[in-house]
Design a protein around this ligand. Structure first.
Ligand code: ZN
Length: 492
């Protein structure tokens, strides 16, 4: 038996918070065992030559919706496969009870084991879940979820309040399968999460993620858009304008401050939304607020998509905005305001996108182009340093969601999760090459420069030059890791 299972030779390694270094990496039993200027190839069972390429930490795509519109196990298989294409080694997926997903409600003590059994053996990447407590009873399961089930992050949807309170209120409660899903519920949830965050502050971060859009304003703006007869993605953006995000961000920040709950503001799509997040941090300097943006809000604009006739294939919440907004998001990355970049991946076939503006389902996939878009639009075009990109998609999500330093880190003992990148490969995005079950992509025709040639999960080369090369071996990771995985010393 040789000293290393795999050695990555001749590459330039991108260390988060540090920079690029020419070095070689030895991997044993799925972990990083050696980082050295040179490792003898004879010590390795297998050698991966990364000459002329960059060795990045595999991405942690921390915003995903496995199973939202398709059977859970099937979706886990195809959508963790597409993640490998984008250099992703770990998926953190959202789950909630109510309409879509498993289409049921009840205690998470019963439903979460079901989700985990539907997941087991079906992921190519490692995976975790963020959970949205929707009912009053589920609020009392937060402690159990953290301490027993390995859930370190929760979610609240600000705009579902409208679905509960809609004039057609039966429809609303049918959607969330809950009552009183409002700011009162949010306050109760933040109180519960805050207690856990305080109790486990020394082992890892426990937090609440928020989808910030205000439903009362959306109701009014939808009416206006209908009266004005607007069409396309422009209409959808104007029906849910940036003001609705700004208002919700401030509401969330006020309640987070009152309860001491660490929060993550998800998919800030516009100048107003990101600025509100930045202002909230400034207003509450001692407060723990993280800011997320998505690939599609960075790289797409509705004017171009409408010109191309993409239609509702580009429908997503919050909506795609204009170039002016995406430039502000890039500026937020450059200035260090943005903590994470994600795909908000939700596999949604074209059949669900043909029912007009209001009835078509929101969301689409993008995990397969997480690194490619950031490298192309960020590193090549806007000169954002490579280590900063590794922080946005790997090290920061690992820290924020309680996975660090098992994931998101290139250190001895960390999981050997990498993606090897050829910065010079230029390709046009097509739905076929992304290996997803989704039969279209709003990124179709987008030219990206900088693609993964290999993606490695715990030392296994899962993806190699366009092909998946290994069986599914993804593991569920309990978080925060320091609470659920005792070190060998402590175990003795
Ligand atoms: Zn989402």
């Amino acid at each position: 038996m040789k000293k290393y299972d795999l050695v990555i030779k001749n590459g330039t390694v991108v260390f988060p918070y540090h920079g690029e270094t020419r070095c070689e990496i030895g991997i044993k039993s799925g972990s990083i065992a050696c980082i050295s200027d040179e490792i003898d190839a004879n010590l390795a069972e297998e050698v991966l030559d990364a000459k002329g390429k960059y060795v990045f930490p595999a991405a942690i795509d921390s915003h995903y919706h496995v199973g939202i519109y398709r059977p859970h196990s099937e979706d886990a298989e195809s959508e963790s496969r597409t993640a490998l294409v984008g250099g992703v080694g770990t998926i953190i997926s959202y789950f909630r009870t109510g309409h879509h997903y498993l289409n049921k409600t009840g205690p998470y003590r019963e439903i979460l084991p079901e989700v985990l059994s539907l997941s087991q053996g079906h992921f190519y990447t490692d995976y975790c879940y963020h959970i949205a407590p929707m009912t009053a009873d589920q609020l009392d399961e937060v402690q159990w979820m953290v301490e027993q089930a390995g859930i370190a992050s929760f979610k609240f949807y600000m705009f579902y309040k409208g679905l509960t309170l809609a004039a057609d209120s039966t429809h609303g409660s049918q959607y969330t399968m809950t009552e009183n899903y409002d700011l009162g519920h949010l306050y109760e949830l933040m109180t519960r999460v805050s207690v856990m965050a305080e109790k486990y502050r020394h082992v890892g971060r426990i937090s609440l993620s928020l989808h910030c859009e205000n439903p009362e304003l959306i109701r009014v703006f939808i009416e206006r858009v209908k009266q004005e007869g607007l069409t396309g993605l422009k209409a959808y953006s104007e029906a849910r304008p940036p003001l609705t995000e700004k208002l919700s961000v401030h509401e969330a920040a006020i309640l987070a401050d009152a309860t001491g709950c660490p929060i993550n503001l998800l998919h800030l799509s516009s100048r107003e939304a990101l600025q509100a997040g930045i202002d909230a941090r400034r207003n509450y300097p001692n407060h723990d607020i993280k800011l997320e943006v998505t690939l599609h809000h960075l790289a797409l604009d509705y004017e171009e998509l409408d010109r191309k006739g993409i239609g509702m294939k580009g429908k997503v919440n919050p909506p795609i905005r204009t170039k002016e907004h995406s430039e502000f998001l890039w500026e937020g990355i450059r200035k260090g305001h943005v903590d994470t970049v994600v795909s908000d991946h939700a596999c949604c076939g074209e059949e669900h996108k043909k029912k007009g503006i209001w009835e078509s389902l929101p969301g689409f996939g993008g995990s397969s182009i997480l690194y490619p878009i950031l490298l192309s639009e960020g590193a090549h075009k806007r000169k954002i340093p490579l280590h900063r990109i590794a922080e946005l998609v790997s090290a920061n999500p690992a820290k924020i969601f309680g996975l660090y330093p098992k994931k998101g880190s290139i250190m001895i003992g960390s999981d050997a999760d990498f993606t090897i990148i050829d910065m010079n490969v230029e390709k046009t995005v097509t739905a076929e090459e992304l290996l997803s079950a989704q039969d279209h992509t709003p990124f179709e025709g987008f030219i990206a420069k900088g693609w993964s040639t290999q993606t490695i999960v715990r030392g296994k080369v899962m993806f190699d030059n366009g092909k998946v090369t290994q069986e599914k071996c993804g593991q569920f990771i309990k978080r925060p890791i320091a609470l659920h995985y005792k070190s060998e010393e402590e175990g003795k």
